[in-house]
Design a protein around this ligand. Sequence first.
Ligand SMILES: *[C@@H]1O[C@H](CO)[C@@H](O)[C@H](O)[C@H]1NC(C)=O
Ligand SMILES: *[C@@H]1O[C@H](CO)[C@@H](O)[C@H](O)[C@H]1NC(C)=O
Ligand SMILES: *[C@@H]1O[C@H](CO)[C@@H](O)[C@H](O)[C@H]1NC(C)=O
Ligand SMILES: *[C@@H]1O[C@H](CO)[C@@H](O)[C@H](O)[C@H]1NC(C)=O
Ligand SMILES: *[C@@H]1O[C@H](CO)[C@@H](O)[C@H](O)[C@H]1NC(C)=O
Ligand SMILES: [Fe+2]
Length: 614
Amino acid sequence: MKSAPVLAILSLLPAGSFASWAGNINYLSPSMHHPSLGISIRRVAKRNVPGTEYTPQQLNFTHGVASGDPHASSVILWTRAAPMMHSVNDDGAVTGLSPMFWHGPEVTSTAPVCVEWKVAKDKAMKQTVCNGKAYTSSDIDFTVKVEAKHLKPFTNYYYQFNICNSNIKSPIGRTKTAPGENDHLARARFAVYSCAFYAYGYFNAYGQSARKDSVDYVLHLGDYIYEYARYGYTGEGPDIDRVPQPEHELFTLYDYRERFATHRTDEDLLLSHRMFPWIATWDDHEVANNAWRDGHFKMNNTENTFIEDDPVSVGQRKMNAVRAYFEWMPIRQVDMDDNLRIWRSTAFGDLVDLVMLDTRHYDRSITTLWYNDDYISKISGEPNRSQMGPRQESWFFRQLSESHKRGTTWRLVGSQTVFSYLNLGDPSEPDEPSFRLDAWQGYTASRNRTLHHLYSNNIPNNIVLAGDSHASWVSDLVWLNSTDPDPRPEDHPDYDPRTGRGSIGVEFASTSVASPGIGGWDPKREETQEKSDLFIKTNPSLQWTDQHHRGYMELDISHEKVKTTYFGIPSVLSRNRKEIQMAQFEVYRDENKVHRPAGGFNTKSGSAKKYPKV
Ligand SMILES: *[C@@H]1O[C@H](CO)[C@@H](O)[C@H](O)[C@H]1NC(C)=O
Ligand SMILES: *[C@@H]1O[C@H](CO)[C@@H](O)[C@H](O)[C@H]1NC(C)=O
Ligand SMILES: *[C@@H]1O[C@H](CO)[C@@H](O)[C@H](O)[C@H]1NC(C)=O
Ligand SMILES: *[C@@H]1O[C@H](CO)[C@@H](O)[C@H](O)[C@H]1NC(C)=O
Ligand SMILES: *[C@@H]1O[C@H](CO)[C@@H](O)[C@H](O)[C@H]1NC(C)=O
Ligand SMILES: [Fe+2]
């Protein structure tokens, strides 16, 4: 981030308050360089009326604690210190045009809330390694986000907040820094999540890896919230007393904030945030369904959308969504001057380079929006269409090359949508589309360029992670040369599905935490099994799929191999601790394909490729 303009503004503040105000990164959210997006700290500080402060007894840590975006020497810490559970109902932007003391329909104090934080080596919080003080206020929904610095690499730390001058304390969180970029790292473990629709189920999946304490970091590939009204896209849902607030579709800043607040009441989500540092990126629903650079499914700035929905523009809605995201997620401010850039990379020593992409909002060409499906189908192969935009794409390719050059063993790519070519055509449902043009398949040129970059530069050991699909998929990462659903060897001369020869890596696509997949929120076994069996037959590079379960996956990575375990949650209709280990797969270093064990894949659910004994 360029820091000069920030310093210029902060230096106007009275001496002494400097560190405390600027210490809360959320005032810069999502960027200090966009005054209409961020908050003018100068104005907030000026508005402070001594004597109107909340007493500590009026304040609570309402939504737990969280940490994220670990670097080798620092990590982001998050909490919310507020006089109420619900979110602040105003547009929050203290601009030059809104009256200085007007603060929306909500009557909230104009005084800041003061919060202290500390980081310790031990759970008892005795061996403090750093601490600080920050302010928050209604302008940022009472959220607090600070960066704890000068930490040691790949080390567990504990952290806690308290209201200044009081004994009112937050829960104690645990976090972990990343290893140094040039350090040798023997092992790293990640849990991978996506798609948590609150109304359709409990977030048991988030709690499982926390209770097992089985990973170092959590990766989230998006759809952390959904913008829909109570039941969004499969009509009626289960009657489980999970009503996301507000009950209508999200448009305003308040709407998005309140939806995040609802999610952060789920005990398992709170537990995961308290236990692990998260590295999160967004999918479409953090803003709206099938979002792309300039619009999304329901809105396109036509007269019709203004009449039917709340009178917000596509741009305003996106701004609201993005601001709430940065207020509520334990994420760093990246280079937000660059068109709301969220894509970023993290090095985990010499073991893993993690690249988190934004394949949705940053600079994606138009996608399927129902009324234009035929058109998108026609243009999906046009070379000038882009999934990521030229800036992100060239950065992505450079990350892959540099990672390889540096000698890092594995490249982990966090995508939202599934990368592998999937034919979902079902002869019994001829009217249903066979291909998801909202995924990489709708951007063939981007997909081909990515594969070309990997193949032509001989970049090995690539693991693509994907969410979005609400089902589990394991595929060899290949450039299939044919769209023929019947996998005849002559259709893909450069890839042998039996051995995996010709593949350049593996894709592990993870199912949803709670969002319904095929068969809706109450899927029938026979129906989902039929689909799994069918997809295994019609997709040459697909090695295993489970269309039935909600769940998550865990990656256990060493220099020798990546071991990925898929967990299924049998029911999300109650809060429970049941899970099944659906399947486990290995990728050996330099094999660049799903390892085929001699006895066949060992799976307890779904459908796997069967290979004839040689
Ligand atoms: C704060 O927490 C206490 C104890 O749980 C509770 O009694 C009180 O109502 C809470 N106050 C607010 C403003 O949420
Ligand atoms: C978006 O624009 C297209 C073309 O003008 C129109 O057909 C479609 O109905 C619009 N969508 C909405 C939700 O208004
Ligand atoms: C993209 O390229 C196609 C030709 O392949 C052309 O017809 C179309 O106008 C181009 N679109 C844009 C937005 O440049
Ligand atoms: C992508 O690659 C496939 C397979 O080689 C090819 O059939 C297709 O025409 C390519 N599309 C684009 C846009 O490059
Ligand atoms: C596609 O197949 C042809 C042979 O039919 C081969 O020359 C070409 O390299 C293949 N391309 C890819 C990307 O597999
Ligand atoms: Fe989703």
